[in-house]
Design a binder for this molecule. Sequence first.
Ligand code: SF4
Length: 284
Amino acid sequence: MSDGATGAHRPAPPAFFLHAVAAGGLRGLPPPVPDDVSGPAAAAQGAALGAHLLRRQRAQRAATLVGGGPIEQRVPQRAAALLRLLWVDEGFRDGEQSYRWRERGARMAHDYVAHLDPAAEPRGVERSVAARTEALAFSGRVDRLDDRDGELVVVDYKTGRRPVTDDDARSSPALALYALAAGRMLRQPCRRVELHHVPSGRVAAAEHTEASIARHVRRAESVAADAVRATEALRAGEDPQRAFPPSPGPLCSWCDFRSHCPEGQAAGPERQPWDALGDEGDED
Ligand code: SF4
């Protein structure tokens, strides 16, 4: 189970189920949806993923590349240039909107990197981590892993509108599981987790304890157990609507699977990927 999946089952069970099927994660079950439903890999490349997510990925990728490159290249101008290089237009209304957001992202990456110490060597960038607990095997990718005075620090980049808080860092299941996995894999203490809000430069942080990580693990195991129970019920012939009951909400307007989900359609109108952008890219 990926760190994303641990959070996906509760808020939108059908979406979890459909993604798992599309990814081949529930092999052996009859296909519940037509073949034209896109899977996560396809969505990641396409407009269906949403412009806001593409924007976030590009900004994060640029910051990661700068942080992991040679010292002389760890300069703000390179961060902006990399972001422009990695930019894709999909998910935007048109080329002009894409350009405005690209330039906004380039400024964001430039300003973030300007505050980094180029000599600070990250322990890892986009580092894959994995671990097993008694009831769960999970994996994920850490944006940046620092080694500060012999202790590992998990760094996650954020580019949303809302500034991050220490509570966000403390309550994030993904960050807690990353800390557990990184500490085990690299055999170093890993308690501190940080959210770096790239637009504002704000850093939200939390220091985990064994007890707080254990609480996150128990919650993730509970989510996994729910998913396993629902999957087994489905295998035993349960109606998919009962095994994975819909949980409609605001995100239904952007869900890849809404065309197969009456409850999601009733929750709100279908939105275009760029509707989530607001007017921020039009500030120039
Ligand atoms: S449309 Fe809403 S309820 Fe239906 S699968 Fe998507 S997120 Fe879940």
